[in-house]
Design a protein around this ligand. Structure first.
Ligand code: 5AD
Ligand code: SF4
Length: 509
């Protein structure tokens, strides 16, 4: 099927619909930026657009079925207006690449995740006949981005994933892990800060594996030396560390700068071999960029969450008090079948390590219910871990087999649907109860809240977020992007309520 774009003299309009994760949200921002730089303007409804794009997800079956319903709608529009260009990008497109034009002949262009530059190539080419772009080419940097919020931005630090979780389609849709160069990322963050961004979220399938594939070797910054030394000791702790937070020569001070005597004996360059940059170093460097007030990231893998990253959380106020640490299951037997490479004890040990250094940090997680072979005992182990950790929130998923994954070939002991539903109800009830209990710790405290805009429920109030990633609805004054002090008056499992302290806006509090 082919289509032609309306003449360049008329304003061409685009509509992008996004499914899936934050990576896809970010890819969509980059699509919008690219399209606007090509002269397109946004259309709220697909009916008003000359170009309809679907940025797709394949992680669960439910996303597939929703997408197919939307594609049916696009097909009808294409029948009425044959000039409309229909594009399908992202993970689902990648996963059905061989069949996409066969199954959906009204699609004009299809491309894999992150291949936004290929979309630009297609749109500016002479022939708009069906074209597909599915090579993994790393991350095309230097594309314009149109952000939803002026003060918040995503920065993709790596693409792809080298792990082989048996349920996950991502390694086949996003390819092998590839980290973006350290300096390129810092330049991007500096440019964002200069453009008004106050909060960045670093994105990757396994963010804490950042840098392992980079070939460049660099000397370690002085502030991380104690952790490099510590890695050689059985305790994993810097020798100068106290019970909850590191201190002493070379450790980031409360202001985040290396202590004055950072060039002490531990900092002798000759004692430290040059090696690639790590995720902890990237966090520090991003936190150091002028104008950046908050740094978040998603998601780390529990097997790779180390002391150096947790130390950065403990010592740098810019690095948020929140870690999303996907558990997936609480039974070691199921974790093994999932090929998660950690067991229940190791996960709990990582949580203890995090909480020792950052007792107030918010922990959230992902959990899959009804994985093939999950018995009642296995599921009870998941409940036990959820109870013991006390997550501040959790995304819970019913297992769905994805094509090409190992778990899709497991045919023994499949969990019947009604059992999955019943387990999910029990899990959600516990997650919410524990989250509700956890959030009570904020009541009566005054927290820094980054304003996002009006509250969704009451336009007379404001909505913002704490460093713990908790949404706060509050009465007060403030512009999006401004940080204000809010006294928390009540808390549910999902959100906090509060009143802005008046002195906050005067800059006194
Ligand atoms: N079935 C159900 N949930 C899944 N996830 C990933 N693959 C599947 C699947 N096949 C969940 C995991 C992951 C989150 C993004 O989606 O919990 O962390
Ligand atoms: Fe994101 Fe995974 Fe869905 Fe791809 S498949 S959009 S990486 S959640």
């Amino acid at each position: 099927m082919s289509a032609t774009l309306t003449t360049p003299t008329t304003v061409r309009r685009y509509h992008v619909r996004t499914f899936g994760c934050q990576m896809n949200e970010h890819d969509s921002e980059r699509m919008r930026g690219m399209l606007e730089s090509l002269g397109y303007s946004p259309a709220d409804e697909p009916e008003d657009a000359d170009l309809i794009l679907f940025n797709t997800c394949s992680i669960r079956e439910s996303a597939d079925s929703r997408l197919i319903a939307h594609l049916g709608h696009a097909k009808r529009m294409k029948r009425e207006r044959p000039d409309v260009v229909v594009g399908v990008g992202g993970c689902w497109a990648q996963s059905v690449k061989d069949e996409v034009f066969e199954r959906f002949p009204f699609v004009d262009v299809a491309f894999g995740p992150g291949q936004i530059n290929r979309l630009a190539e297609f749109l500016t080419s002479d022939s708009l006949s069906a074209q597909g772009y599915f090579e993994f080419e790393g991350f095309p940097a230097h594309l314009p981005t149109k952000r939803d919020r002026d003060h918040q931005a995503w920065v993709q630090i790596a693409v792809g994933c080298n792990l082989k979780c048996s349920y996950c389609i991502v390694p086949s849709t996003r390819g092998r892990e590839s980290s973006r160069p350290f300096e390129q990322l810092l330049d991007e963050v500096r440019a964002l800060a200069a453009d008004g961004v106050r909060e960045v979220t670093l994105l990757g399938q396994n963010v804490n594996a950042y840098g392992r594939d980079l070939r460049t070797v660099e000397p370690l910054p002085a502030e991380l030396l104690p952790y490099a030394e510590a890695a050689k000791r059985p305790t994993g702790l810097p020798s100068s560390s106290g019970p909850t937070a590191p201190s002493g020569p070379g450790v980031p001070s409360a202001e985040g700068r290396p202590a004055a005597d950072a060039s002490g004996p531990q900092a002798r360059p000759s004692t430290v071999r040059p090696r690639p940059r790590t995720f902890a170093e990237l966090l520090l460097a991003v936190a150091d960029v002028d104008g950046i007030e908050r740094v978040r990231y998603t998601s780390p893998h529990p097997k790779d969450i180390r002391e150096d990253v947790v130390a950065v959380h403990a010592t740098r106020p810019e690095v948020c008090q929140h870690i999303h640490l996907p558990l997936q299951a609480g039974s070691s037997r199921i974790l093994k079948r999932m090929r998660r490479t950690y067991d229940r004890e190791r996960y709990l040990d990582r949580v203890r390590m995090i909480r020792e250094r950052c007792p107030d940090i918010a922990l959230t997680t992902d959990i899959i219910v009804g994985f093939p072979g999950e018995t009642e005992e296995d599921f009870v182990e998941t409940l036990e871990v959820v109870d013991e950790v006390g997550f501040d929130g959790a995304f819970t998923f019913v297992f769905s087999p994805r094509r090409g994954t190992e778990a899709a070939t497991f045919t023994d002991d499949l969990v019947p649907h009604p059992v999955k539903v019943e387990r999910m109800e029990r899990l959600v009830e516990l997650v919410q109860r524990r989250a509700h209990e956890r959030t009570q710790r904020f009541v009566g405290r005054t927290l820094d809240v980054l304003v996002e805009g009006p509250s969704r429920h009451d336009p007379d109030r404001l909505r913002g977020r704490t460093s713990h990633n908790k949404v706060v609805n509050f009465t007060g004054l403030g512009e999006p992007g401004e940080t204000v002090a809010v006294e928390i008056t009540s808390a549910t499992s999902q959100s906090l309520q509060g009143e802005m302290t008046l002195l906050s806006r005067l800059g006194v509090a």
